[in-house]
Each structure stands twice: as C-alpha cells, then as structure tokens.
Design a protein around this ligand. Structure first.
Ligand code: HEM
Length: 438
C-alpha cells in the first residue's frame, strides 16, 4: 500500500503545502524552476518497494555532535533506514516526512512505550484525532495571532528590555544563550502558561528535567528522579494556580483551562508538554539566528537595513537547524513510504533536521541563506500536530527580540577567542555562545 492518507492541510504557510498524492507531488516538484530543485527526485516510486537499509554506521555521539553529514548520506541512500543505535526507523527525506505528517491514520502519534508519556503524562502531542482535537481546542485563543497582538507583544517587549538590561550589565563576554535567550524565553512562557506562583528559573529547571526524562532511553534512575520531581512541582503549581485563576481570569493557558470540563490529568500533561516544547525552541532559534547572522555579515547588513527580513532570517534559521530535529510516530499497519516497506507497529523518527536540508526541495541546503527562494520548511511540523506556538515563537524572536538586539548592542559579534558550541539532534541548538559588543 502506498501512503496516501486523508490529509488535513496545515495552517502554516511554511508547512504542508506540497500535495500528499505522489503523482500530484511529482507534478508540483517538476514545475519548480530547475535551479530550485536539486538532484534526487522525491517521488520516483514506480519500482517495487525495497526493505529499509540498515544504517549500522550511525552512532548517537556523532548524531549529537553534528548530524548533518549523517543525514546527507542517509538521504542519498534511501528516504527511510533502520537505525539500530536509536532503535527506530529514521525518515530523512522531505517527501517522506511530509507524507507522514499528513496521514495520522497510518502514522500515529500515540506511540506505545512512549517515554514522553511517562515523563509528562498523555498530552495532545501523543494523541490522534478526535482525542487530540479536544485537547488542542482547549488551548483556545491564548497562542493565536490576535491575542499576541493585543496582549503578549507588549509583555514580550517588557521582558526583552529586562533581560537585555541584564545581558548589558554582565558586559561583553556574557553568554548569549544562558544570560539572555533562556531567561527571556522562560519568562515569556511562564506568563503564557499562567504560573504566577513560580519563577522563570523554575520553568527552565522543569523544562530541562522533564525533557531529560523523555529522552531517558538508558533508564537512568537519577534522570527519572529529577524528572518526577519536576513533574510533581508542576502539578503542585497548577493545583495552586487554578482557584486563583478562576477568580482572577487572564489570557494565560491555565486560566482558560481552569474553567473547561477537561480532566485534570490532560491539563497537567498538556502544560508539561508545553513547558518542554515552548521554552527551549524559542531560546534555540533566537541564538541560532543571531549566530548565523553574526557569521554572515553581508546578510546581517541586509537584515539591519530592512526590518522585514528579521522574519525571513528567523524562518531560514528554523529550516537550517530545526530546533526539534526529530519526533516519533508509529505505524498502525504495514505500509510503503516513498518506496520503502515498513512493518506494522514500527517506531519511526521523523527527522525534520534532515528533511529541511533535502536538496530535492532546497538549493544548496546546507547553507544559511536568507535570500533563498521561499519554500515551505517542516520545522514546525504539519498536519494535526502543527506547532500551536508558531506565532508565539515568531513574535517573541523575530518581531521583538531581534530588532531590539541589534539596536541595543552595536557591534554585536561572536567572541573570536571563545567559540560558540552547538550540539544535539533530537533537539539542536547553541549550548554556549559568548558574545562581545562595542
Ligand atoms: C521556534 C520555535 C518552535 C518550534 C521549531 C516548534 C516545533 C514544533 C513541532 C515540530 C511540533 C510538532 C511535533 C510533533 O508533531 O510531534 C510542535 C508542537 C507543539 N508546539 Fe511547538 N515549536 C516551537 C515553539 C513553540 C512555543 C513557543 C510553544 C508554546 C508557547 C509551542 C507549543 C507547541 C504545542 C502545544 C505543540 C503540540 C501541538 C499539537 O499536538 O497539536 N511551540 N512544535
């Protein structure tokens, strides 16, 4: 069976715009100008299906250090591999990742044995429609563009001033990630969630401890202990806030959830998933975008000269280094994905970090280039689970933080004597980024 599932078109202009039907998709790709389509057609699946090649040469330390050469080799061989080191089928072509996002009947988000469910509870991210939709709808308008414009934008600006002041007070040599991007993103998320009884430091600790739990494949007891402690703290903070927010409603997620007939277990799980997914990604994309621009002074000059390009620089950064590099799905039946046979119950890794650098869609995909032809990237996912915080991330990073940064810190530059370090593959970003300014 070929994968041509029912498709819910993603709402985002940057995601999900290629048709799911292989014939239609081939027609769209063929219609793209030749210089915009690299070699390796994504839809040449008229031959008999193959079994997935085994990529026993892939190692986790190498993925963590720099996954992109690995992804390049995998994409050139086949769109799907069995990877013993990660105990999953890794899906690396754009077309295959996109097809998965559009077919939740075959590629379920409700993975069995999910560590995320153990660490955070059963959130919307691990449910399929119709159960998923109930949870997703429960988030109401908190994360939507109208509420951002009317309410959150001013709060993000105030938070940005505060954490830029703190960065300036630290002085040149400060770390862009830990002295600015992380507390800024955490404080924004604290207010979005409605944790008026907690600090941004709490949010950072909760987020990291629970994320470590979701990735605890080694079953390390210490990691579980920290993750469970963070989860219990979040439960207590929610229990504490709900009565207050019922009397004093605001625009936060928790305030909206407090008055809905949603089981407390779902509220807790969804908030924990949002703490895990709504903090590190804006932090990472902010640092990656600034790092990329500081490493490409010609593109930085273009952005500074034309403020509309902040949004373009942000989006190119999400394509170039997808902050969520891989997420899981599980097949509900035997299937054929872009010519590769996959058994029922197979655990897949949808590798957005690889799909976003597929030369079948992006010219010179390994380069950061804000002037590249606009194509839909997959960095925010697609289909039912298309990122609910896309507009929040764009607002806090591209609209608020970036223009203010380059204005406030003239001569902002990387420290030539103390190099920035990036790492990760399931989540990827800068883990160290010392900066200087005039
Ligand atoms: C640049 C920043 C961000 C990126 C790249 C990103 C990426 C993603 C991706 C790829 C997914 C889908 C994962 C899957 O299908 O398994 C997702 C889902 C989600 N994201 Fe984001 N995200 C970002 C920021 C945010 C923010 C700031 C928030 C909240 C404040 C947020 C909330 C969510 C939620 C609630 C979901 C689950 C949606 C659902 O299951 O229907 N995200 N995100």
């Amino acid at each position: 069976m070929n994968v041509q599932g029912p498709s819910e078109t993603a709402a985002c202009p940057f995601s999900g715009n290629l048709p799911t039907d292989p014939t239609e998709r081939a027609a769209v790709l063929a219609s793209l100008p030749a210089d915009h389509v690299g070699s390796g057609s994504v839809a040449e699946n008229t031959e008999a299906p193959i079994d997935p090649p085994v990529a026993d040469w892939v190692t986790i330390p190498e993925l963590h250090r720099n996954p992109f050469p690995i992804y390049r080799r995998m994409r050139e061989e086949a769109p799907v591999h069995w990877v013993p080191a990660v105990n999953r089928y890794m899906v690396t072509s754009y077309a295959a990742c996109h097809a998965i996002e559009q077919d939740a009947d075959v590629f379920s988000a409700n993975e069995t044995g999910s560590l995320m469910k153990r660490a955070m509870g059963h959130s919307m991210l691990r449910k399929d429609d119709p159960e998923h939709k109930v949870d997703r709808d429960s988030y109401g308008s908190t994360l939507r563009p109208g509420t951002i414009k009317k309410h959150w934008a001013a709060i993000f600006e105030e938070n940005n001033r505060k954490y830029l002041d703190e960065l300036v007070a630290k002085g040149p040599g400060a770390d862009f990630v830990w002295d600015y991007a992380a507390p800024y993103a955490a404080e924004n998320l604290r207010l979005i969630c409605g944790f008026h009884n907690s600090t941004q430091e709490d949010l950072q600790r909760w987020s990291q401890s629970m994320i470590d739990g979701t990735g605890n494949y080694a079953d390390d007891a210490d990691v579980w202990a920290k993750s469970e402690a963070a989860s219990a703290e979040v439960d207590a903070a929610i229990d504490d806030m709900i009565p207050y927010l019922l009397k004093n409603p605001d625009h936060s997620l928790l305030s909206g959830l407090a008055s809905l007939p949603i089981p407390l277990e779902s509220v807790r799980a969804n908030l924990k998933m949002t703490i895990g997914g709504g903090l590190n990604e804006p932090r990472d994309v902010l640092a990656t975008t600034v790092w990329a621009l500081l490493s490409h002074p010609d593109q930085l000059a273009d952005v500074v000269a034309d403020s509309k390009l902040h949004a373009t620089a942000f989006e190119e950064s999400v394509r170039w280094v997808a902050p969520i590099g891989m997420y899981p799905r599980q097949t509900t039946c035997e299937t054929v994905l872009e010519g590769v046979r996959i058994p029922e119950g197979a655990r897949l890794g949808v590798v957005l970090g690889a799909a976003n650098r597929d030369p079948a869609v992006f010219v010179d995909p390994e380069s950061y280039n804000i002037h590249r032809a606009k194509k839909p990237h997959l960095g925010f996912g697609g289909g039912q689970h298309f990122c609910a915080g896309t507009w929040i991330a764009r607002a806090q990073v591209a609209q608020v933080a970036m223009p203010a940064l380059f204005d406030r810190l003239p001569g902002l530059r990387l420290d030539p004597d103390n190099a920035a370090v990036d790492a990760g593959w399931v989540f990827r970003g800068l883990i160290k980024m010392p900066v200087l300014w005039d």
